[in-house]
Design a protein around this ligand. Structure first.
Ligand code: KG4
Ligand code: ZN
Length: 330
């Protein structure tokens, strides 16, 4: 069975073809980062319009790469939400229109399920059950995953997501959008301990997170600097911020591993690409004797492959999951 995946929830248009027998056949992505950069963040109207422009050429690209024809597609999975309404509507209308034209069934996929399952696209995927840390621009969650569709939420952020904290703090430091990778790069030149930021909820007895206070602490420090904050100070602030955020994420993961007794930890979502987070998790995993799995770097941030894969797994489990009723919800 070949499933076409369509992702358009935010500022990336991603299409991919996943074959349940042969694996990922092809994927293609267009990132709108350059377009949104001058505005310091995603402009929803521009995002929707760009998805309209990009989707069909990307479909042609993946079909060419996979050397298949449209009628070889067995089902179409599209990101149903959460995301920007206009952007989601583009992907949903495209998928449903194509499904109707080809008389192929369609199914809506939860964007976070796509992220959650993305590490299973790796050449040596983890087996179930595992604990998953989902860290994206919009979400921070710890889940127990026992199989496809068997997800138990263990904890989540009470306010800002980890990626949001990265992006907002980066903006305070005058770094371009998206701030996550930028602040991470800058932090490499920073000295540890020059700025010590709070570790919110580090000692709370649950697996929840809170990152808005961390961003406010960065704001306070930035405001207290002289008008022309020097590059080294910026790097030191970035380092203090990354150290605090990573400390909390790793500590909560370790607690979840201890409490569940499981031996596999899976990281998913854009912040999962973060170098400092990966290094700290790898060290914790070696010390505590559990395994940690990451998606391929290109599948950490939004992409079509994770949607095609999640759709294919859903259909494998339940062939009736897709429908020829082409009305859609986003
Ligand atoms: O998963 P994703 O592509 O989109 C959402 O579903 O939200 O995640 C995007 C987020 C952004 O906040 C971005 O700054 C962050 O992931 N991000 C990073 C890195 N790469 C992307 N944060 C820290 N370090 C990175 N290397
Ligand atoms: Zn995402």
């Amino acid at each position: 069975m070949i499933v076409l995946g369509v992702e358009s929830s935010c500022d990336e248009t991603g299409l991919a073809l996943y074959d349940t027998q042969r694996g990922l056949l092809a994927h293609a992505l267009h990132s709108q980062i350059a377009m949104h950069r001058e505005y310091g963040g995603v402009v929803p109207e521009l995002a929707s319009r760009d998805h309209v422009r990009r989707t069909l050429p990307l479909l042609n690209e993946v079909m060419q790469k996979a050397a298949i024809q449209k009628h070889d597609i067995d089902a179409i999975a599209y990101t149903q939400g959460p995301g920007l309404a206009g952007a989601l509507l583009v992907g949903a209308s495209f998928a449903c229109g194509l499904g109707m034209a080809l008389n192929k069934p369609v199914l809506g996929v939860h964007h976070l399920e796509g992220h959650l399952l993305s590490p299973l696209l790796a050449s040596q995927p983890p087996e179930f059950p595992f604990i998953a840390l989902l860290v994206s621009g919009g979400h921070t969650q710890l889940m127990r995953v026992d199989g496809i569709g068997a997800y138990q939420l263990l904890g989540e952020t009470l306010d800002d997501a980890a990626g949001e904290a990265f992006d907002k703090s980066a903006k305070l430091l005058g770094l371009p959008y998206p701030g996550g990778p930028e602040i991470s790069r800058l932090a490499e030149f920073g000295n540890p301990g020059v700025f010590t930021f709070p570790r919110p909820m580090l000692h709370s007895k649950d697996l929840n997170f809170s990152f808005s206070g961390l961003k406010t602490a960065v704001l306070t420090v930035v405001k207290n600097q002289t008008a022309n904050i020097c590059e080294q100070s910026k790097a030191d602030i970035a380092r203090g911020f990354v150290d605090a955020l990573v400390d909390v994420l790793v500590a909560k993961c370790v607690t979840a591993m201890k409490e569940s007794g499981l031996k596999r930890l899976v990281i998913a979502g854009g912040v999962g690409a973060n170098r400092q987070l990966r290094a700290a998790l790898n060290a914790a995993a070696a010390k505590r004797r559990f395994q940690v799995y990451y998606p391929e770097l290109e599948f950490c941030t939004d992409n079509g492959a994770m949607i095609a894969f999640a759709g294919a797994m859903r259909l494998k489990k339940n062939p009736a999951a897709a429908t020829r009723d082409y009305g859609f919800n986003v």
